[in-house]
Design a protein around this ligand. Sequence first.
Ligand SMILES: NC(=O)c1ccc[n+]([C@@H]2O[C@H](COP(=O)([O-])OP(=O)(O)OC[C@H]3O[C@@H](n4cnc5c(N)ncnc54)[C@H](O)[C@@H]3O)[C@@H](O)[C@H]2O)c1
Length: 274
Amino acid sequence: MNIRRLEGKVAVITGAGGGLGAECARVLALHGAAIAVADIDMAGAESVAAAIVEQGGQALALCADVSSEEAVAAMVAATVERFGRIDVLYNNAAILNSAQRAADRDICNMDVNAWDRAMAVNLRGAMLCSKHVIPVMLRQGNGSVLFATSGFGAQGDLTLSAYAASKAGVAMLSKSIAAQYGKQGIRSNAIQIGLVENAGHPLPPEIKTILLDNHLTPALGTPRQLADIVVFFASDESSFITGHTLAADGGFSSHTPSMAAMRGFFEKVGSNTL
Ligand SMILES: NC(=O)c1ccc[n+]([C@@H]2O[C@H](COP(=O)([O-])OP(=O)(O)OC[C@H]3O[C@@H](n4cnc5c(N)ncnc54)[C@H](O)[C@@H]3O)[C@@H](O)[C@H]2O)c1
């Protein structure tokens, strides 16, 4: 994309101090948006914001724990004070560090604190950010709210049960917002993300192979591919889309559960005749 699609817009991106959120911040800024780079990790947020400013963009680093209503209210107030408006909210922050992943397992082995943390950050955090940003958008008469969700939030799997439930909740939260504020110019959508390689969370090669076998694309996703989709939802080009969950997952959720095993079988027998 070479055209600057977000000139004059202001975007709040949570969890933008690292991972996919950082790339989204960088790419939205390339399209002309001013970015509030919010994260619980202030050093990460500052470094992402500094890189944007160095490239000639506008960015404000904000330290905010999205699970705290006080912190979220302060984040929104600081953004409005600096940039005067908020056009885009990307609810990207999630608790995904290795301690959380190790504790968030199948239900019988669930660490209840991990369950509470997933709900507090991933779901309550997204609700709080929406609660405080939407009034700003209502005053303007427009805005685009966006949520990061996952295949885990749509289909059953063997582990990460708290993450999965929180992401299912996020997809519903998006639809509630679309229904409640659509007539006042607010759109709300979710992106169901497939496996996007994140240097912060390297996966064991065996797991990458299993996941790649179940994506229909030649490769797993890149942060830039995801950021380009966020740009689309942030821009007026998506103005007739609301209440939608878009699977940006290389086809991961679009095929039969047996497909990858069948591919191996057909290769072994040398034919796809059933
Ligand atoms: N990477 C993938 O393949 C993938 C797949 C599906 C969905 N997603 C979703 O995309 C989003 C980004 O994922 P990622 O891979 O970049 O993860 P990440 O762990 O690299 O980034 C998450 C960011 O959120 C921040 N954060 C954590 N707790 C916070 C809190 N309480 N308040 C504010 N910020 C907080 C972290 O500091 C971090 O910068 C998440 O919502 C995730 O569920 C990612």
